[in-house]
Design a protein around this ligand. Structure first.
Ligand code: ADP
Length: 257
């Protein structure tokens, strides 16, 4: 199958510090991928490279077979949506307006929003349980509510690729699960790539896991292949036992103290 996202030979530095080292990965449609690894291992930096936050050199990253190097911001926004870790919206837009803005890349200059855009906004906001918040200023919402609004914005953008950076960090357990369930249900049409902190949630929801250590890919494959005692000990330096989650047989980490 053709990959929707291809990363080949990607290295990346902030100044002199090399953060990513020769990353080679391929992502397909219809799958949920988690990127895991300790703090500072390069997870967010990898996601930001895929989302073209930085100027990536030629021949390193391809979205739908097109080199991201030659794509402009509007083309990237039509291809991938991002739910970032820190949501920085300082202006007093309503939540409705924030979600509606996701339609902008699809508009020609000065073209107005139409009923199709409004329908999409409503659908995405209902799906993420944010419709009730539509008239509130985004700045007045809690971190968890904002995170759900940004998820609505990403869904409304209607792109084939979605990048999630620690998507559940501000959410209570109920909203964590409903958030991940949304993307699990929609993933048949999508490639979802998520930086995940909770290893057990990553294991439960992912088709494939990428384990990063010090800027390199240490292991990649199914949760059963990647989540094992040796890898966890190697990368996180902790002793664990692995049992199986009864819902789908995925590995479940028990921490030993
Ligand atoms: P992770 O998401 O795995 O916690 P990051 O990708 O955020 O890791 O960071 C990887 C490394 O890059 C860390 O050592 C971090 O301090 C450094 N880093 C992240 N962002 C910047 C930046 N804007 N400038 C300089 N160094 C950075």
């Amino acid at each position: 199958m053709d990959s929707t996202v291809k990363v080949q030979g990607l290295s990346f530095s902030y100044g002199k510090d090399e953060i990513l080292k020769d990353i080679n990965l391929s992502f397909e449609r219809g799958k949920f991928y988690s990127i895991i690894g300790p703090n500072g291992s390069g997870k967010t930096t990898l996601l930001k490279n895929i989302g073209k936050t930085f100027n990536v050199p030629k021949n390193n990253i391809f979205l739908l077979n097109e080199d991201i190097y030659s794509m402009n911001n509007k083309e990237v926004a039509k291809t991938l949506a991002v739910v970032p870790q820190n949501i920085a919206i300082e202006y007093d837009f309503t939540t409705y307006e924030v979600v509606l803005m996701s339609r902008t890349p699809f508009k020609k200059r000065f073209q107005d929003y139409n009923s199709e855009d409004f329908d999409r906004v409503q659908r995405a906001m209902k799906l993420t349980d944010t419709w009730e918040l539509k008239d509130k200023p985004i700045t007045s919402l809690s971190g968890g509510e904002q995170q759900r609004v940004i998820a609505a914005r990403a869904l409304c953008q209607d792109t084939p690729i979605v990048l999630l950076d620690e998507p559940t960090s501000h959410l209570d357990i109920q909203h964590q699960i409903s958030f991940l369930n949304i993307f699990k249900e929609l993933k048949t049409k999508l490639t979802v790539i998520a930086v995940m902190h909770d290893l057990n949630l990553a294991s439960l929801y992912s088709d494939e896991i990428i384990l990063l250590s010090k800027g390199s890919v240490l292991a990649t494959g199914s949760p059963s292949k990647v989540i094992n005692r040796e890898n966890i000990k190697n990368v996180y330096g902790i002793e664990v036992d692995i049992i199986r989650n009864t819902s789908n047989g995925s590995p479940y980490i028990l921490i030993k103290i």
